[in-house]
Design a binder for this molecule. Structure first.
Ligand code: UGA
Length: 434
């Protein structure tokens, strides 16, 4: 099938590349000519495990193309995916100007029936708005379909190629058939393509992310309570997770959720509830808990050093909002760095992928180490912020040689408590005993 993908951000690139991988002809279009040139030269502008191989292969096999010309991109495409940003506007609701702008441009160019798919996370009612904008600029028949993405950064290729489910919101029969055909290779193991109306599909995306964020905030509250009552959150997690109704996944307490999705989507859903005169009380608590949790690690540090961090040296392991990505949007690390620096501390950080991005934001407020052990030199304590695999089984001897004091604040519960006691560390983690 011939496909166009409008917008080559993270979602657009993964979508375009993975659609080409099953034999479709895909043209990705972006207004950023420099980026288009880079991709035409075979260079991937983002880091995502497994994507590069597919990207290079499909370019080489001439199934994946790039252009900055929208007319060229959509001329032959049966399905046009819009994977455009929907940043939070001033009031927390999603800003639809990119999506509606592209819809208008597409409408002016089409000469035959097209399926226009919104991949971006958009508030309920957006498909209707896109339809209205397009109708105002064309007499040609088209369908607007909601098809939210559920990709996780770091495993996005796997999530796209083998999704738990695909949600398609459309009541247009022709569009439904085309979407079913397009996704059939990805659901061969029997996972469903769930068809529904556009509004339910749009809400499904927000409900999924908000529910997951709720799980995290709930577990973070359980962790905080564990510390007060002398329980261990990892035990509680295992105890409840083996109940199939609860499930084992996504129950890890830590230092709050970050990234480009959860914070934005929870806020947008609360906002859209408010616009509909509904007070979504749980979501307000989820956000409030998360704000506090992002600062829990520094609170622990301050308590340990009796409020005086001036001139103290801290090592930070991990800056990305989660492992296997260089993404630092809403990363807890940024809050932690701000708090430490504001308290007069000296910070050295190491992250396998995200250091350049953090440099761009914090400049020379902190320094960056070549490797995880160099970051520890003369440090009064280590703060573990992202659970990269390389931090899970470190060389403890080398750590001891570099650290000034054997003090670790672990925001991700990477190590066994007894082991840390045996090794003689002061080890303060989340929701576990000291
Ligand atoms: C999330 C969803 O998981 C995807 O399904 C969705 O498609 C995506 O948002 C999106 O809307 O585009 P992502 O933001 O890549 O994906 O990352 P997650 O793996 O979900 O992690 C989000 C945050 O929750 C991270 O800060 C992570 O550290 C935190 N988290 C996750 C926890 O604190 N505990 C957990 O048990 C799981």
């Amino acid at each position: 099938m011939k496909i166009a993908v409008v917008g080559t951000g993270y979602v657009g690139l993964v979508t375009g590349t993975c659609l080409a991988e099953t034999g479709n002809q895909v043209i990705c279009v972006d207004i950023n000519e420099k980026k288009v040139k880079m991709m035409q030269d075979g260079k991937l502008p983002i880091y995502e495990p497994g994507l590069e191989l597919l990207f290079e292969r499909n370019i080489q096999q001439k199934r994946l193309h790039f252009t900055s010309n929208l007319a060229e991109a959509i001329a032959e495409a049966k399905i046009i995916f819009m994977a455009l940003p929907t940043p939070p506007g001033g009031d927390g609701s999603a800003d639809l100007s990119y999506v509606l702008g592209a819809a208008k441009d597409i409408a002016k160019l089409i000469t035959e029936y097209k399926v226009v798919v919104t991949k971006s996370t958009v508030p309920v009612g957006t498909a209707d708005k896109v339809t209205a904008v397009m109708k105002a600029h064309t007499n040609i028949d088209f369908a607007v379909v909601s098809n939210p993405e559920f990709l996780r950064e770091g495993v996005a290729v796997e999530d796209f190629m083998k999704p738990d489910r695909v949600v398609v919101g459309t009541l247009d029969e022709r569009a439904r058939k085309l979407m079913a055909e397009l996704y059939s290779p990805y659901v061969r193991q029997g996972n469903p393509v769930i068809f529904m109306d556009e509004r339910s599909s749009e809400l499904t995306k927000y409900a999924a992310n908000s529910f997951l964020a709720t799980k995290i905030s709930f577990m973070n509250e359980i962790a905080n309570l564990c510390e007060l009552v002398g329980a261990d959150v990892d035990m509680v997690r295992r105890g409840i997770g083996s109940d199939e109704r609860i499930g084992k996944r996504f129950l890890f307490s830590g230092i709050g959720y970050g990234g480009s999705c959860f914070p934005k989507d929870v806020q947008a859903l609360a906002k859209s509830a408010e616009e509909n005169k509904y007070d979504f009380r749980i979501l307000n608590s989820v956000m409030e808990v998360n704000e506090v949790q992002k600062r829990v690690l520094v609170e622990k540090v301050k308590k340990y050093f009796k409020g005086d961090l001036k001139g103290k040296k801290f090592a930070i392991w991990g800056l990305a909002f989660k492992p296997e990505t260089d993404d630092i949007r809403e990363a807890p690390a940024l809050y932690i760095i701000d708090d430490l620096v504001a308290a007069g501390a000296i910070v050295t950080a190491f992250d396998p992928e995200a250091m350049n991005n953090v440099k761009g934001v914090v400049g020379d407020k902190i320094s960056f180490a070549e490797n995880q052990y160099d970051a520890l030199k003369d440090a009064d304590a280590l703060l573990i912020v992202t659970e990269w695999s390389v931090f899970r089984t470190p060389d403890f001897e080398q750590m001891e040689e570099n650290l000034k004091s054997k003090v670790i604040f672990d925001g991700r519960n990477l190590y066994d408590l007894e082991k840390m006691i045996d090794l003689g560390y002061y080890y303060n983690s989340i929701g576990r005993k000291l």
